[in-house]
Design a protein around this ligand. Structure first.
Ligand code: SF4
Length: 385
Protein backbone atom coordinates (compact mmCIF):
# COMPACT_ATOMS: atom_id res chain seq x y z
CA UNK A 1 0.00 0.00 0.00
CA UNK A 2 1.25 3.48 -0.80
CA UNK A 3 0.31 6.88 0.52
CA UNK A 4 0.52 9.85 -1.82
CA UNK A 5 0.36 13.49 -0.85
CA UNK A 6 -1.20 15.90 -3.30
CA UNK A 7 1.06 18.91 -3.43
CA UNK A 8 -1.58 20.95 -5.25
CA UNK A 9 -0.58 24.36 -6.47
CA UNK A 10 2.15 25.25 -4.03
CA UNK A 11 4.44 28.03 -5.08
CA UNK A 12 7.56 29.35 -3.41
CA UNK A 13 9.12 32.68 -2.79
CA UNK A 14 11.21 33.85 -5.76
CA UNK A 15 14.93 33.41 -5.17
CA UNK A 16 17.44 35.93 -6.46
CA UNK A 17 19.18 34.39 -9.44
CA UNK A 18 22.84 35.22 -10.02
CA UNK A 19 22.59 34.46 -13.69
CA UNK A 20 24.54 35.89 -16.56
CA UNK A 21 22.12 36.51 -19.39
CA UNK A 22 23.63 38.39 -22.32
CA UNK A 23 21.16 41.01 -23.62
CA UNK A 24 21.10 39.43 -27.05
CA UNK A 25 20.04 36.13 -25.50
CA UNK A 26 17.10 37.49 -23.57
CA UNK A 27 15.12 36.94 -26.74
CA UNK A 28 13.05 40.03 -27.39
CA UNK A 29 9.84 38.83 -29.01
CA UNK A 30 9.94 35.47 -27.28
CA UNK A 31 8.72 36.54 -23.85
CA UNK A 32 7.55 33.95 -21.38
CA UNK A 33 4.30 35.69 -20.43
CA UNK A 34 2.64 34.74 -23.71
CA UNK A 35 3.27 31.08 -22.83
CA UNK A 36 1.13 31.40 -19.71
CA UNK A 37 -1.83 31.45 -22.10
CA UNK A 38 -0.97 28.05 -23.57
CA UNK A 39 -3.79 25.74 -22.44
CA UNK A 40 -2.74 22.81 -20.24
CA UNK A 41 -4.38 20.42 -22.70
CA UNK A 42 -1.90 21.24 -25.48
CA UNK A 43 1.28 21.48 -23.39
CA UNK A 44 2.36 17.84 -23.57
CA UNK A 45 1.91 17.61 -27.34
CA UNK A 46 3.81 20.85 -27.96
CA UNK A 47 6.68 19.91 -25.62
CA UNK A 48 6.96 16.50 -27.27
CA UNK A 49 6.97 18.08 -30.74
CA UNK A 50 9.49 20.78 -29.81
CA UNK A 51 11.80 18.20 -28.25
CA UNK A 52 11.49 15.92 -31.27
CA UNK A 53 12.36 18.81 -33.63
CA UNK A 54 15.54 19.50 -31.66
CA UNK A 55 16.47 15.81 -31.66
CA UNK A 56 19.95 15.07 -30.35
CA UNK A 57 20.73 18.82 -30.15
CA UNK A 58 19.00 18.96 -26.77
CA UNK A 59 19.23 16.94 -23.59
CA UNK A 60 16.69 17.51 -20.81
CA UNK A 61 17.79 16.84 -17.23
CA UNK A 62 15.28 16.26 -14.43
CA UNK A 63 16.33 16.31 -10.79
CA UNK A 64 14.74 13.70 -8.49
CA UNK A 65 12.81 16.48 -6.74
CA UNK A 66 11.29 17.88 -9.92
CA UNK A 67 7.50 17.76 -10.40
CA UNK A 68 6.06 14.89 -12.46
CA UNK A 69 4.58 17.06 -15.24
CA UNK A 70 8.12 18.25 -16.05
CA UNK A 71 10.32 15.30 -15.11
CA UNK A 72 8.44 12.99 -17.47
CA UNK A 73 10.18 14.78 -20.38
CA UNK A 74 13.67 14.28 -18.94
CA UNK A 75 16.22 12.21 -20.83
CA UNK A 76 18.02 11.65 -17.54
CA UNK A 77 16.79 11.72 -13.94
CA UNK A 78 19.11 11.84 -10.98
CA UNK A 79 21.06 14.08 -8.63
CA UNK A 80 22.86 17.21 -9.73
CA UNK A 81 26.40 15.86 -10.24
CA UNK A 82 25.29 12.72 -12.01
CA UNK A 83 23.01 14.73 -14.33
CA UNK A 84 25.73 17.26 -15.14
CA UNK A 85 28.12 14.44 -16.05
CA UNK A 86 25.52 12.67 -18.18
CA UNK A 87 24.84 15.88 -20.10
CA UNK A 88 28.55 16.54 -20.62
CA UNK A 89 28.93 13.02 -22.00
CA UNK A 90 26.10 13.55 -24.47
CA UNK A 91 26.42 15.08 -27.93
CA UNK A 92 23.72 17.68 -27.21
CA UNK A 93 24.40 21.35 -27.91
CA UNK A 94 21.78 22.48 -25.43
CA UNK A 95 21.43 21.23 -21.85
CA UNK A 96 18.04 22.10 -20.35
CA UNK A 97 18.35 21.59 -16.60
CA UNK A 98 15.02 21.16 -14.82
CA UNK A 99 16.50 21.71 -11.38
CA UNK A 100 17.71 24.79 -9.53
CA UNK A 101 20.26 27.49 -10.25
CA UNK A 102 23.36 25.92 -8.67
CA UNK A 103 22.68 22.70 -10.59
CA UNK A 104 22.66 24.55 -13.91
CA UNK A 105 25.90 26.28 -12.88
CA UNK A 106 27.45 22.88 -12.10
CA UNK A 107 26.40 21.61 -15.53
CA UNK A 108 28.06 24.69 -17.04
CA UNK A 109 31.26 23.94 -15.10
CA UNK A 110 31.57 20.38 -16.44
CA UNK A 111 30.08 20.89 -19.94
CA UNK A 112 31.97 20.52 -23.20
CA UNK A 113 33.03 23.73 -25.02
CA UNK A 114 30.24 23.53 -27.62
CA UNK A 115 27.44 23.10 -25.06
CA UNK A 116 25.17 25.73 -23.50
CA UNK A 117 23.14 25.30 -20.31
CA UNK A 118 19.60 26.58 -19.86
CA UNK A 119 17.54 26.91 -16.66
CA UNK A 120 13.84 27.09 -17.64
CA UNK A 121 12.98 29.52 -14.80
CA UNK A 122 15.68 31.81 -13.46
CA UNK A 123 13.85 32.18 -10.15
CA UNK A 124 14.43 28.48 -9.40
CA UNK A 125 17.12 29.04 -6.78
CA UNK A 126 18.20 27.03 -3.74
CA UNK A 127 17.71 28.46 -0.27
CA UNK A 128 20.75 26.58 1.02
CA UNK A 129 23.13 27.66 -1.76
CA UNK A 130 21.97 31.26 -1.31
CA UNK A 131 22.95 31.16 2.40
CA UNK A 132 26.66 31.26 1.57
CA UNK A 133 27.46 34.48 -0.24
CA UNK A 134 30.99 34.69 -1.63
CA UNK A 135 31.64 38.02 0.13
CA UNK A 136 30.65 36.49 3.47
CA UNK A 137 32.89 33.48 2.87
CA UNK A 138 35.86 35.70 1.99
CA UNK A 139 35.27 37.67 5.21
CA UNK A 140 35.15 34.43 7.18
CA UNK A 141 38.41 33.28 5.60
CA UNK A 142 40.13 36.57 6.43
CA UNK A 143 38.88 36.49 10.04
CA UNK A 144 40.11 32.91 10.48
CA UNK A 145 43.49 33.93 9.02
CA UNK A 146 43.73 36.75 11.59
CA UNK A 147 43.99 34.07 14.30
CA UNK A 148 47.25 32.75 12.87
CA UNK A 149 47.83 29.63 10.80
CA UNK A 150 44.87 27.45 11.78
CA UNK A 151 45.49 25.17 8.75
CA UNK A 152 41.87 25.27 7.58
CA UNK A 153 40.79 23.37 4.46
CA UNK A 154 37.54 24.59 2.89
CA UNK A 155 35.11 22.01 1.56
CA UNK A 156 31.79 22.76 -0.01
CA UNK A 157 28.70 20.70 -0.65
CA UNK A 158 27.63 20.28 -4.25
CA UNK A 159 24.62 22.44 -3.29
CA UNK A 160 26.53 25.70 -3.42
CA UNK A 161 27.08 28.42 -5.99
CA UNK A 162 29.85 28.18 -8.58
CA UNK A 163 31.56 31.09 -6.80
CA UNK A 164 31.80 29.09 -3.56
CA UNK A 165 33.04 26.00 -5.40
CA UNK A 166 35.68 28.19 -7.07
CA UNK A 167 36.71 29.68 -3.70
CA UNK A 168 37.14 26.16 -2.38
CA UNK A 169 39.23 25.11 -5.38
CA UNK A 170 41.42 28.20 -5.17
CA UNK A 171 42.10 27.63 -1.46
CA UNK A 172 43.13 23.98 -1.64
CA UNK A 173 39.78 22.37 -0.90
CA UNK A 174 37.24 20.20 -2.67
CA UNK A 175 33.54 19.64 -3.32
CA UNK A 176 31.57 16.95 -1.49
CA UNK A 177 28.32 15.19 -2.30
CA UNK A 178 25.96 13.66 0.25
CA UNK A 179 27.41 10.26 -0.72
CA UNK A 180 31.13 10.99 -0.37
CA UNK A 181 31.31 13.73 2.29
CA UNK A 182 33.24 11.53 4.77
CA UNK A 183 35.80 10.51 2.16
CA UNK A 184 36.45 14.13 1.16
CA UNK A 185 36.68 15.21 4.81
CA UNK A 186 39.25 12.47 5.48
CA UNK A 187 41.23 13.76 2.51
CA UNK A 188 40.95 17.30 3.91
CA UNK A 189 42.26 16.26 7.34
CA UNK A 190 45.35 14.86 5.63
CA UNK A 191 46.00 18.39 4.34
CA UNK A 192 45.05 20.50 7.33
CA UNK A 193 43.91 20.48 10.92
CA UNK A 194 40.47 21.98 10.45
CA UNK A 195 37.69 21.89 7.90
CA UNK A 196 35.48 24.83 7.00
CA UNK A 197 32.30 23.06 5.83
CA UNK A 198 30.07 25.07 3.45
CA UNK A 199 27.14 25.73 3.23
CA UNK A 200 25.13 22.97 5.00
CA UNK A 201 25.58 22.90 8.76
CA UNK A 202 23.68 19.62 9.07
CA UNK A 203 25.52 17.58 6.44
CA UNK A 204 28.80 18.81 7.91
CA UNK A 205 27.86 17.91 11.49
CA UNK A 206 26.34 14.55 10.58
CA UNK A 207 29.38 13.58 8.53
CA UNK A 208 31.96 14.72 11.05
CA UNK A 209 30.16 12.96 13.92
CA UNK A 210 29.96 9.75 11.90
CA UNK A 211 33.76 10.06 11.45
CA UNK A 212 34.21 10.16 15.22
CA UNK A 213 34.63 13.90 15.74
CA UNK A 214 32.80 14.89 18.94
CA UNK A 215 30.22 17.67 18.88
CA UNK A 216 32.32 19.82 21.21
CA UNK A 217 35.02 20.00 18.51
CA UNK A 218 32.57 21.61 16.06
CA UNK A 219 31.46 25.24 15.96
CA UNK A 220 28.87 27.01 13.85
CA UNK A 221 29.92 30.05 11.84
CA UNK A 222 27.13 32.62 11.63
CA UNK A 223 28.09 34.95 8.75
CA UNK A 224 26.13 37.80 10.30
CA UNK A 225 28.31 37.91 13.43
CA UNK A 226 31.92 38.90 14.00
CA UNK A 227 34.15 35.79 14.01
CA UNK A 228 30.98 33.91 13.13
CA UNK A 229 29.82 34.38 16.73
CA UNK A 230 32.77 32.39 18.14
CA UNK A 231 35.61 33.15 20.49
CA UNK A 232 39.20 32.70 19.21
CA UNK A 233 39.58 29.85 21.74
CA UNK A 234 36.53 28.02 20.41
CA UNK A 235 37.81 28.33 16.85
CA UNK A 236 41.28 27.09 17.85
CA UNK A 237 39.67 24.12 19.63
CA UNK A 238 37.43 23.26 16.66
CA UNK A 239 38.15 20.55 14.13
CA UNK A 240 35.14 21.47 11.99
CA UNK A 241 33.73 24.95 11.38
CA UNK A 242 30.17 24.55 10.14
CA UNK A 243 28.67 27.30 7.99
CA UNK A 244 25.24 28.28 9.31
CA UNK A 245 23.22 27.13 6.31
CA UNK A 246 20.48 24.58 5.84
CA UNK A 247 17.99 23.14 3.39
CA UNK A 248 14.53 24.57 4.01
CA UNK A 249 13.00 21.22 2.99
CA UNK A 250 15.13 18.79 5.01
CA UNK A 251 15.32 20.98 8.12
CA UNK A 252 11.55 20.58 8.50
CA UNK A 253 11.86 16.97 9.63
CA UNK A 254 11.88 16.68 13.43
CA UNK A 255 12.48 13.89 15.97
CA UNK A 256 8.78 14.17 16.91
CA UNK A 257 7.88 13.03 13.39
CA UNK A 258 9.93 9.87 13.89
CA UNK A 259 8.33 9.19 17.28
CA UNK A 260 4.85 9.67 15.81
CA UNK A 261 5.48 7.50 12.76
CA UNK A 262 6.87 4.67 14.91
CA UNK A 263 3.98 4.90 17.35
CA UNK A 264 1.36 4.84 14.61
CA UNK A 265 3.09 2.32 12.33
CA UNK A 266 4.90 -0.38 14.32
CA UNK A 267 7.67 -1.92 12.23
CA UNK A 268 7.93 1.00 9.82
CA UNK A 269 11.54 1.96 9.00
CA UNK A 270 12.70 5.57 8.84
CA UNK A 271 15.13 6.63 6.13
CA UNK A 272 16.35 10.24 5.93
CA UNK A 273 18.69 12.44 3.92
CA UNK A 274 21.86 13.67 5.70
CA UNK A 275 20.74 17.29 5.19
CA UNK A 276 18.31 16.61 8.05
CA UNK A 277 19.03 17.81 11.60
CA UNK A 278 21.47 15.85 13.78
CA UNK A 279 18.71 14.59 16.13
CA UNK A 280 16.70 13.27 13.17
CA UNK A 281 19.69 11.54 11.62
CA UNK A 282 20.58 9.98 14.98
CA UNK A 283 17.06 8.61 15.43
CA UNK A 284 16.62 7.28 11.86
CA UNK A 285 17.15 3.65 10.83
CA UNK A 286 18.95 4.52 7.59
CA UNK A 287 20.65 7.72 6.43
CA UNK A 288 21.65 8.40 2.86
CA UNK A 289 21.66 10.47 -0.31
CA UNK A 290 18.73 10.47 -2.73
CA UNK A 291 20.50 7.69 -4.59
CA UNK A 292 20.86 5.61 -1.44
CA UNK A 293 17.20 6.21 -0.53
CA UNK A 294 16.20 5.00 -4.00
CA UNK A 295 18.43 1.94 -3.86
CA UNK A 296 17.34 1.03 -0.33
CA UNK A 297 13.63 1.15 -1.04
CA UNK A 298 13.97 -0.59 -4.40
CA UNK A 299 15.90 -3.41 -2.70
CA UNK A 300 13.46 -3.64 0.24
CA UNK A 301 11.12 -6.60 0.73
CA UNK A 302 7.57 -6.39 -0.62
CA UNK A 303 5.36 -5.59 2.35
CA UNK A 304 8.00 -3.46 4.04
CA UNK A 305 7.06 0.01 5.24
CA UNK A 306 9.12 3.21 4.96
CA UNK A 307 8.81 6.75 6.25
CA UNK A 308 11.08 8.90 4.10
CA UNK A 309 12.66 12.19 5.14
CA UNK A 310 13.26 13.92 1.84
CA UNK A 311 11.49 16.05 -0.77
CA UNK A 312 7.90 15.00 -1.46
CA UNK A 313 8.16 14.48 -5.22
CA UNK A 314 10.75 11.75 -4.74
CA UNK A 315 8.70 10.21 -1.91
CA UNK A 316 5.54 10.16 -4.03
CA UNK A 317 7.45 8.71 -7.00
CA UNK A 318 8.88 5.93 -4.84
CA UNK A 319 5.39 5.15 -3.57
CA UNK A 320 4.15 4.83 -7.16
CA UNK A 321 7.16 2.78 -8.27
CA UNK A 322 6.75 0.26 -5.44
CA UNK A 323 3.04 -0.24 -4.79
CA UNK A 324 3.76 -3.46 -2.85
CA UNK A 325 5.64 -1.43 -0.21
CA UNK A 326 4.26 1.32 2.02
CA UNK A 327 6.13 4.56 1.37
CA UNK A 328 5.07 7.73 3.17
CA UNK A 329 6.60 11.11 3.95
CA UNK A 330 8.11 11.36 7.42
CA UNK A 331 6.40 14.72 7.85
CA UNK A 332 2.62 14.68 7.35
CA UNK A 333 2.87 18.24 6.03
CA UNK A 334 4.08 18.65 2.48
CA UNK A 335 7.86 19.05 2.23
CA UNK A 336 8.32 20.49 -1.21
CA UNK A 337 11.29 22.27 -2.74
CA UNK A 338 9.24 25.32 -3.62
CA UNK A 339 11.91 26.88 -5.80
CA UNK A 340 12.43 23.81 -7.97
CA UNK A 341 8.63 23.63 -8.16
CA UNK A 342 8.67 26.99 -9.95
CA UNK A 343 9.70 25.23 -13.15
CA UNK A 344 6.47 24.41 -14.96
CA UNK A 345 5.72 22.67 -18.26
CA UNK A 346 5.08 26.19 -19.61
CA UNK A 347 8.71 27.13 -18.89
CA UNK A 348 9.97 23.94 -20.48
CA UNK A 349 7.89 24.56 -23.61
CA UNK A 350 9.06 28.17 -23.77
CA UNK A 351 12.76 27.30 -23.74
CA UNK A 352 12.38 24.38 -26.18
CA UNK A 353 10.35 26.33 -28.75
CA UNK A 354 12.82 29.20 -28.55
CA UNK A 355 15.71 26.82 -29.10
CA UNK A 356 13.81 25.51 -32.13
CA UNK A 357 13.85 29.07 -33.46
CA UNK A 358 17.57 29.44 -32.75
CA UNK A 359 17.08 31.57 -29.61
CA UNK A 360 18.79 30.62 -26.37
CA UNK A 361 16.77 31.93 -23.44
CA UNK A 362 17.75 31.72 -19.76
CA UNK A 363 21.28 30.63 -20.43
CA UNK A 364 23.43 30.03 -17.33
CA UNK A 365 27.03 30.95 -18.08
CA UNK A 366 29.71 30.84 -15.38
CA UNK A 367 32.71 33.07 -16.15
CA UNK A 368 35.95 31.33 -17.16
CA UNK A 369 37.93 32.02 -13.98
CA UNK A 370 35.13 30.79 -11.73
CA UNK A 371 34.58 27.75 -13.96
CA UNK A 372 38.28 26.90 -13.84
CA UNK A 373 38.60 26.92 -10.05
CA UNK A 374 35.21 25.26 -9.51
CA UNK A 375 36.38 22.48 -11.84
CA UNK A 376 39.57 22.11 -9.77
CA UNK A 377 37.45 21.59 -6.63
CA UNK A 378 35.18 19.09 -8.40
CA UNK A 379 38.08 17.20 -9.94
CA UNK A 380 39.77 16.85 -6.54
CA UNK A 381 36.62 15.14 -5.28
CA UNK A 382 36.30 12.96 -8.37
CA UNK A 383 39.92 11.84 -8.11
CA UNK A 384 39.23 10.26 -4.69
CA UNK A 385 38.38 6.63 -5.27
S1 SF4 B 1 15.74 20.53 -1.66
FE1 SF4 B 1 16.88 21.99 -0.37
S2 SF4 B 1 19.04 21.83 -0.97
FE2 SF4 B 1 17.77 20.81 -2.58
S3 SF4 B 1 17.45 22.44 -4.11
FE3 SF4 B 1 15.67 22.50 -2.73
S4 SF4 B 1 16.25 24.02 -1.12
FE4 SF4 B 1 18.14 23.45 -2.23
Amino acid sequence: MSTLIDIGKLVGKPQPATVLVPEKEKGVGCDFDSYLLVPDSSLDARITAAKARLGSDVVILGHHYQRDEVVKFADFRGDSLQLSQQAANSSAKYIVFCGVHFMAESADVVRQPHQQVILPDLSAGCSMADMADIGQVETCWAELASLGDLRVVPVTYMNSTAAIKAFTGEHGGAVVTSSNAAKVMEWSFQRGERVLFLPDEHLGRNTAFQMGIPLDRMVVWDPHLEMGGNTPEALRNARVILWKGYCSVHQRFLPEHIEKVRKENPGMKVIVHPECRFEVVQAADVVGSTDRILRTISAAEPGSAWAVGTEIHLVNRLAKMFPDRTVISLDPHVCVCTTMFRITPHHLLWVLENLGEGRVVNRIAVDDKTRGWAKVALDRMLSLK
